[in-house]
Design a binder for this molecule. Structure first.
Ligand code: GAL
Length: 860
């Protein structure tokens, strides 16, 4: 009798199990990759690779945002996500580790892997990164005999311990490429070469130690050191900067790698908002690949937010948007993202030629350069550059003329047809705007059209001035702040009582006296007899300051309470860890005499009462007060209210206009320090930014005279839909919380301006056949359609997005053609050609400018 076909015999069952076991082993083994490098490139599984990378720092967004950010990075053409590892997040207390929530490094790396991208893990563990204390835990500073970043045993011991901890964790989770994971590169230290000369004779031995310590961890992927010319083999020294085409690694055996191409720059409270035009960023990238580079990373691709007290400094703002291709809220920034995506596609079209050889360089005239990559099999890619910062040029290459705008690179993946020019943007511009919103779900109070919360809905708590309880202590003389608080709080009170006798010659009742305070920074608030009397702060460039305040002392006891606050600990520079903060001198003067209080006995209080009561997460009615009229513009006030989740899924921001300075919490999570009253300098901005010429962080700054940051991102995952959400504020100087409002980040108009002289779309199957430029519009939301075309002009239109106007020459059909092609669909493509629009002016290069908008409604 034949065996029942569906019942396997015991033999075939064990075979099946064996097969499954083999398959699961094979999954790991098959996915495992070897990573090495040679003179040309990082080599993965024996193949040299051109790698496009972007930095996303996991704690600067939320786990809920990670998949979308990573997908947008992939769609933007990235192969690799680069992140630092933030030591002080993971080891807040020596020996106690935390990898939960936004700190879930393993989850982040697995999310990158799930998207099919690689990881560059920059362990540091010093990271700089505009991160508090450069990523060092402050407890490190208190280890006896420790000296940071030199050949010092206590320091090396802790650095090795943490580095090993991270490496072991990655190995355990099988995250290195050799284990089938996504990590293809690691980094040890960070830009030590920039400061090495200040660290004396043991600096080099420290670097050699760091290199061999890292190598000994057997991660089986290459290690890099950025900005470290003397990085010992086998560590690859890499470049950081706005441009790195001039860079050469320290050995012929190492590839030319760029670990930080600054896509914009960081913002500080009191600074203007940095902006780096994409034409320049693309130029820098193209120049790098033109001149032999094969690995390039955008720092940042998504900058994100410095939540809590994580921002470095001093004075680094809560927003770490960085003018990156993905904005702080997680929306693609156009045309930056799109123009770079086009560039990435074209670079990938050149990959085979790029990795095959070094380029051959030919000068085409002053500031005009051609670099050609040719494989033995005849693949050819060329880069033509005009590095002049104002003159366009027409050059001849391989017998053909090419027009090169100033400060631009044309890329010819077949050495004949221009597939991309860095100065010619085909990508659309998407205007991102904030729409103020009611914080109420649909049904709630439709009659009020305010995004603010009314007075009666706020509770408050008045923070006492000066020392509060048994935790206060006395000291003769003025204490350095960071050594005193160990950064457990931004705040340190320095309090003193002065007895003014009626007959005292210079401090008698009613006399005007000047209080002089010297501070290392960062912010000082002077309270005289319980009243806020003066405030002063330093800046990112110089945190220290002197304050002079005319005060009136009364006869008898007078209290002077000085509240010194830090705004992020320094993260960069030689010996940055030793830069102090707080008050260094206090003198009283009047026309008769001087009294130096610096060496008197002071009473100290670390932190605030509200911090000790954990008010950010404390809802006890006995703590919070309500009054018929809410105290406003009162310094040192905590506020609490509840709000409903703003409707729909757009990213949320709180506008703190109306408040002074402080910190804010949503449902117990700190969304960072707010400081809408610290404004950018009135001057130094430009009306329009000329992308041509060397960029620097201060070129093209925006927002002069305006608050450096008035909008603060509240990640959606912190807000509970359909429930009451708690907002707690600590206001330091005085503000009106009823003015606090909510806004949604939305994509507004879509614009594009494409010339006939632009290359055809990079996706064009055969560039030789498809010669026409194409204008492409696409609604960012997949369920939105183009609902109106507000402007369209084919001819010689001018202006910028939302203020285009017709030029002397314009086709009469453009608007109707665009409406016909685009309305009612999510995306449309229109050829920029006289075939479509007719020819309104012969012998003139024409362009098409369009402004449209999207909506979720089908529009007929
Ligand atoms: C670099 C540093 C980065 C970051 C950057 C500026 O020097 O390596 O961590 O601080 O500057 O944003």
């Amino acid at each position: 009798m034949a065996a029942h076909p569906t019942l396997p015999s015991p033999v075939s069952t064990s075979l099946l199990l064996l097969l499954l076991l083999l398959l699961s082993c094979c999954y790991e083994l098959c996915a495992a990759a070897t990573v090495s490098y040679d003179h040309r490139a990082v080599v993965i599984d024996g193949k040299r690779r051109v790698l496009l990378s972007g930095s996303i720092h996991y704690p600067r967004s939320t786990p809920e945002m990670w998949p979308d950010l990573i997908q947008k990075s992939k769609d933007g053409g990235l192969d690799v996500i680069e992140t630092y590892v933030f030591w002080n997040l993971h080891e807040p207390v020596q020996g106690q580790y935390d990898f939960g929530g936004r700190k879930d490094l393993v989850k982040f790396i697995k999310t990158v892997a799930a998207a099919g991208l690689y990881v560059h893990l920059r362990i540091g563990p010093y990271v700089c990164a505009e991160w508090n204390y450069g990523g060092f835990p402050v407890w490190l500073h208190f280890i006896p005999q420790i000296k940071f970043r030199i050949d010092n045993d206590p320091f090396k011991k802790e650095m090795q311990k943490f580095t090993t901890k991270i490496v072991d964790m990655m190995k355990k989770e099988k995250l290195f490429a050799s284990q089938g994971g996504p990590i293809i590169l690691s980094q040890i230290e960070n830009e030590y070469g920039n400061v090495e000369k200040y660290y004396g004779p043991t600096a080099k031995s420290y670097i050699d130690w760091a290199a061999s310590m890292a190598t000994s961890l057997n991660v089986s992927v290459p290690w890099v050191m950025c900005q470290q010319d003397n990085a010992p083999d086998p560590i690859i020294n890499t470049c950081n900067g706005f441009y790195c085409d001039n860079f050469k690694p320290n050995s012929e055996k190492k590839p030319k790698m760029w670990t930080e191409n600054w896509s914009g720059w960081f913002l500080s409270f009191g600074g203007g908002v940095p902006y780096r035009p994409v034409e320049d960023l693309a130029f820098a990238v193209a120049r790098f690949f033109q001149r032999g580079g094969t690995f390039q990373n955008y720092y940042m691709y998504h900058g994100g937010t410095n939540f809590g007290r994580t921002s470095g400094g001093p004075f680094i703002s809560t927003s770490y948007d960085y003018d990156a291709p993905i904005d702080e809220y997680g929306l693609v920034r156009q045309p930056k993202w799109g123009h770079l995506r086009d560039l990435h596609k074209v670079i990938k079209q050149c990959e085979e030629a790029l990795v095959a050889t070094d380029p051959t360089y030919t000068s085409l005239g002053k500031n005009l350069e051609a670099h050609v990559y040719k494989t033995a099999s005849g693949r050819c890619a060329a880069f033509l550059a005009n590095i002049d910062d104002h003159s366009d040029a027409t050059i001849t290459f391989n017998g053909k003329p090419y027009h090169l705008p100033a400060w631009s690179v044309s890329i010819l993946p077949d050495c004949q047809n221009v597939a991309f020019n860095t100065a010619k943007i085909n990508s659309q511009t998407t205007v991102l705007e904030m729409k103020y919103t009611k914080t109420y779900d649909q049904a709630a109070d439709e009659s009020t059209d305010s995004s603010e919360i009314s007075e009666s809905e706020w509770k408050f708590f008045s923070e006492p001035i000066g020392s509060i309880n048994s935790t206060a202590f006395k000291n003769v003389g003025l204490l350095e702040q960071i050594n005193t608080t160990a950064d457990t709080s931004d705040y340190l009170w320095y309090s003193i009582s002065i007895d003014v006798k009626g007959n005292e010659p210079f401090l008698f009742n009613g006399t005007q006296t000047t209080l002089h305070v010297d501070s290392l920074g960062h912010v000082l608030r002077v309270f005289v007899n319980g009243k806020l009397s003066a405030s002063k702060q330093g800046s990112n460039a110089d945190a220290s300051f002197k304050l002079e305040n005319v005060i009136t002392l009364a006869s008898g006891q007078n209290r002077i309470d000085l509240l010194s606050a830090t705004v992020g600990l320094k993260n960069y520079g030689q010996f940055f860890d030793l830069t102090g903060a707080g008050i260094t001198g206090v003198i009283l003067k009047n026309h008769n005499a001087t009294r130096d209080l610096s060496s008197s006995q002071w009473t100290y209080q670390i932190g605030l009462k509200g911090e000790k009561l954990a008010l950010h997460d404390n809802t006890q009615n006995s703590t919070w007060m309500t009054l018929s009229s809410l105290p406003r513009n009162q310094p040192l006030t905590w506020y609490m209210t509840y709000f409903d989740a703003p409707k729909d899924g757009d990213p949320v921001a709180i506008d703190f206009t109306g408040m002074g300075k402080g910190e804010a919490w949503v449902n117990g999570h700190s969304i960072g320090r707010y400081w809408p009253t610290y404004t950018a300098p009135p001057n130094g901005c430009v009306k329009s930014c000329d992308y041509r010429g060397q960029f620097s962080g201060s070129k093209c700054v925006k927002n002069c005279g305006q608050p450096s940051q008035s909008l603060y991102h509240v990640p959606r995952s912190l807000i509970q839909q359909g429930k009451k959400n708690r907002l707690v504020l600590f206001e330091e100087v005085g503000g009106d919380p009823t003015l606090v409002s909510f806004a949604l980040r939305k994509a507004g108009s879509l614009c594009a301006h494409v010339s006939q002289s632009h290359p055809p779309p990079v996706d064009a199957v055969n560039t030789a056949q498809r010669k026409d430029a194409v204008l492409h519009l696409e609604c960012p939301h997949s369920d939105h359609v183009i609902s109106s075309v507000k402007f369209a002009s084919f001819g010689t239109p001018h202006g910028t997005c939302r203020s285009y106007s017709h030029g002397n020459c314009s086709s009469t059909t453009a608007l109707a053609i665009l409406q016909q092609a685009c309305i009612g669909v999510r995306s449309c493509d229109v050829k920029v050609s006289t075939e479509v629009f007719g020819d309104p002016c012969r012998d003139v290069v024409k362009s098409l400018a369009v402004e449209a908008s999207c909506s979720s409604n089908e529009v007929g």
